[in-house]
Ligand binder design. Structure first.
Ligand SMILES: Cc1ncc(COP(=O)(O)O)c(C=O)c1O
Length: 437
């Protein structure tokens, strides 16, 4: 099977060899590596990407799920074109950032006040700082499999066995007050809050576990976490960097009807350009106000925070989504359901146990029993999952192996039917392989 992949991707293979001499592991994000080597992209448009060899793929990776209107949508391209002529970097605030902030305030239930930064990893780092500064407590409770970017504190318990640091360069002391609990397990969170003995600053989670398996939280679980947080004087914080502006206009907090105290956003909110955003209740976020007389909860900023290109792209995207919310989110939800049901049906028809999890336009196919949390997901058949993704690539569909897919408004019903059809071919192949072995 990789044979076909290798035959079609000689240009990517050559670039990968060169990249390996320049970048550690030949990539600039660990998630982008897969065996035997990743494709290198030469251009993108709508629902498609093209690799170095000119192969066209229907793209479901969508730039780490940051693109909900497809690649280079007209509204964003036009906004960027006119902004480039007016300056690419001010290093000061602008009307654009105020307008984007106001749009976000209007659309995200918890966003009474916010700060922009450049990446999700920065936003979640600031979120932890705000939670600790506001509560005066130290412990942050996160989920096993929860991914919040490469910042030092939260880079813990992401991969099995879910109890340690993800990097030899991070000291255990730096993560001493970050605790990991099982996702979708209210009692586990209750136990950890109790164990913290009044020191729990925040319960922090993705409402749909992303890298941890594209696993949606149960509604009652999130409601239970909200009550637990209120009962124990702990903040509830959502990482909406994937779910923000994807599962609903107001993110997962709107979809579930559970409002957190703090939230991080990124990806779609920046129109597909680099953005991080930390937002939440005014009395918490205003602790970062540098004009305050009391001790500041410094969350700072960066050289490129509120850069006008991201602001223009984000504003064009969020405005478009707000104006078209009803049709966009209905269509994305329907497309997601068609995808999940179609793929599972294609495998089940041939007796292969597969479960496509997700919410709205997010999906990931698992081979084995349906997982409810990252621990269960880590025991599934990863080899088949990766092989499936490679086979899809040979058929002109790109899903980053082992990672969730995100459907955009540029995808058509035919695109989804093609994905289902190719899944059926993979099912046939797996059945044949089972017979032979
Ligand atoms: C849920 C979640 N949080 C945080 C991040 C980190 O964002 P960034 O990659 O922009 O640092 C990601 C990135 O994929 C994410 O999926």
């Amino acid at each position: 099977m990789p044979g076909d992949y290798v035959r079609r991707t000689a240009g990517s293979r050559r670039l990968y060899r060169r990249a390996s001499r320049v970048f550690a592991g030949g990539v600039n994000h660990n998630a982008r590596y897969y065996e035997p080597y990743p494709i290198f992209v030469s251009r993108a448009r709508g629902q498609h990407i093209w690799d170095e060899d000119g192969n066209r793929y229907t793209d479901y990776w969508m730039g780490h799920m940051a693109l909900v209107l497809g690649h280079s949508p007209k509204v964003v391209v036009e906004a960027l074109r006119s902004q480039i002529a007016n300056g690419t970097h001010y290093g000061m605030g602008s009307g654009l950032s105020v307008e984007l902030g106001e749009e976000i305030q209007k659309t995200v239930p918890c966003a009474e006040m916010m700060r922009f930064c450049n990446t999700g990893a920065e936003a979640t780092m600031y979120l932890v700082r705000l939670a600790r500064g506001y509560t005066g407590k130290r412990t942050v409770i996160k989920m096993a499999g929860g991914w919040h970017g490469y910042n030092t504190e939260l880079n813990k318990g992401v991969h099995a066995p879910f109890d340690g640091s993800e990097s030899a360069g991070i000291l255990p002391e730096e993560q001493a007050f970050v605790k990991t609990v099982r996702f979708n397990d209210l009692e586990a969170a209750e136990r950890e809050v109790k164990a913290a003995g009044g020191d729990a600053a925040a319960i922090f989670l993705e409402p749909v576990l992303g890298a941890g398996g594209c696993l949606p939280a149960d509604r009652d679980y999130l409601k239970g976490l909200r009550e637990l947080a209120d009962r124990s004087g702990t903040l509830l914080a959502f990482d909406e960097i994937i779910t923000g502006y994807r599962v609903a206009l107001g993110g997962a907090q709107e979809w579930y009807g559970v409002t957190p105290d703090l939230a991080s956003f990124g990806k779609i909110a920046g129109g597909g350009l680099p953005l991080g955003l930390v937002c939440g209740r005014k009395e918490i976020v205003s602790l970062a106000d540098p004009t305050r007389k009391e001790r500041l909860v410094a969350i700072g900023g960066g050289t490129f925070s509120e850069n006008p290109l991201t602001m223009a792209a984000g504003l064009a995207t969020v405005r478009y989504l707000r104006k078209n919310a009803r049709t966009v989110y209905h269509a994305l939800e329907k497309a997601g359901e068609r995808t999940r049901k179609g793929i599972d049906g294609a495998f089940r028809e041939l007796g292969i146990e597969a479960h496509t999890t997700g919410l709205g336009s997010l999906f990931l196919t698992h081979f084995g029993p349906e997982p409810k949390n990252a621990e269960e997901m880590s025991r599934e058949d990863k080899r088949t999952q990766k092989e499936y993704a490679l086979r899809l690539m040979s058929g002109g569909i790109f899903i980053l192996p082992g990672h969730p897919g995100g459907i955009s408004t540029a995808h058509t019903e035919k695109d989804i039917d093609d994905l289902v059809e190719l899944s059926g071919m993979q099912a046939q192949y797996l059945r044949q392989r089972k017979r032979i072995t």
